[in-house]
Structures are given as C-alpha cells and as structure tokens.
Design a protein around this ligand. Structure first.
Ligand SMILES: [Zn+2]
Length: 237
C-alpha cells in the first residue's frame, strides 16, 4: 500500500506524543499515513506487553493509520545493523511515502538516537536501484522529504505544525496509552521518565512553547537538516 507519510519511531507511543497532531491533520486531509515502531517497548516500567499492544492498536485506530509495522529490534538495544536498515529500506520502498518523520538525531534515549540514525540510513538506501533489485519487491524510492521530530532535546524547528484544530483529539490519543499515564503502584513516582511522570503536562508545555514561537496556540516542531527551496508565495509563485 502506498502512503503519503511514514513515521519511524523507537517505541509505540513516541510517534503519537511527538507528531500525533500532525498525523491527525494529515488523515483529516485524506492523506494515507503509517508508522514503523522499531521496538515493542517491552522494557517499559509501566504496563505489560499485552496492555501496550492493545493500547497501540486503539491509538492506531484513532489516528486512522493505513499500516503499522513493528521491527521488534529490542527495547533498549536498538543499533543500526545492515540487516535492520535493509529491512526498513524495504518497507520504505513498499510504501513509497513522500515524507518520512523520524526522531531527532540528538536525543538522550539511545533508542531514539539509534532509530533516528536508522531512519536516515534506510531513507538513503531505499533510493538505491541495485539494492532494490537485489532485494526484489518494490522499486527504489527515496522520499522527497525527511523531517525530524522532537522527543527530549530542544531544537530550533524548520516548521511548526498548527495542531490547535486537533488538540483535543491528540489528548484523547495519548490517553489511549493509559498504562503509561497511571502509576504502577505507590512506589511508582514516575522517576523512570527523564523529566518526571506528567506526560500530558509536558506535552502541552512543548505544544504551547513551540506554537507560541510560530504565532500558534499549539504546535508540533519539525526539523529539516539543511536549507529547503523557498516556498514563500512571493519568492516561488
Ligand atoms: Zn521512546
């Protein structure tokens, strides 16, 4: 199945937290979207693997995803190997999206940083004709755009997507991951999270901060490495 946008994220729920609003807007515009989760998030402190799988399928439904794959590359152990990047490159060729969204390469979570590197390398390899021929299946395809999304480390975004129209839906989407939001027991103070347990509050703070910088109420920041052609209507009519 051909897609317009493919998100590559380390753990189930990363895509929703970072670009859930962007995905909701794309779906509402009739675009086909998909997610590749690199791991199953099985090392997570909260929620069993079964709970998380159910939550993930509920979130996929809310997003109206056309496809969701899981590379099962091992939570906490993601590393870029030739086999893994060729597996991902094959998925990119198969779905031939115009746009890829992946983690920012600078992120303290090693799975996020490795998944970003994996996405970049697979994006490049997907465009190599001889590799595609060797692998069989879909022809070479290198998506025109690859943007990074923000998880932990701040960056100066190239774009901020206006997610105000879908803000309530985004909250509902994150609440689908109920096991991640609720403490497991009395001892669980959320200390395993990098900046504490209040995922929804942190998400709102970022959405308001990056939105404000672009004159919006709620925004999701995206980064393109290097300059882009002008898209200003005066400069590129
Ligand atoms: Zn993650």
């Amino acid at each position: 199945m051909k897609l317009d946008c493919l998100v590559i994220a380390a753990h189930p729920d990363d895509a929703e937290i970072s670009v859930g609003g962007t995905l909701l807007k794309l779906a509402q515009a009739g675009k086909k979207t998909g997610i590749v989760d690199v791991t199953r998030g099985e090392l997570g402190t909260r929620g069993s693997a079964e709970d998380r799988a159910l939550e993930c399928s509920k979130a996929s439904e809310l997003l109206g995803l056309s496809v969701r794959h899981n590379l099962d590359a091992g939570d906490g152990r993601v590393s870029v190997t030739p086999a893994l990047r060729e597996e991902l490159a094959a998925l990119i060729r198969e779905h031939a999206p115009a746009l890829i969204l992946c983690h920012h390469t600078d992120d303290p979570h090693p799975d996020h940083a490795a998944s970003a590197q994996l996405a970049r390398e697979a994006w490049y390899l997907a465009g190599l004709g001889k590799l595609a021929e060797e692998a069989g299946g879909a022809p070479a395809h290198r998506p025109e755009r690859l943007y990074e999304f923000l998880s932990h480390t701040p960056f100066d975004p190239t774009f901020v997507v206006d997610i105000e129209p879908v803000w309530e839906q985004k909250l509902e989407l994150i609440r689908a991951y109920a096991s991640q939001l609720a403490p497991k027991d009395l001892a669980d103070k959320g200390d395993h999270f990098l900046y504490g347990a209040d995922i929804l509050q942190r998400m709102e703070t970022k959405a308001r901060f990056y939105g404000e910088r672009a004159g919006l109420r709620f925004g999701e920041p995206l980064l393109h490495k290097g300059p882009l052609p002008a898209f200003d209507p005066l400069l590129s009519p």
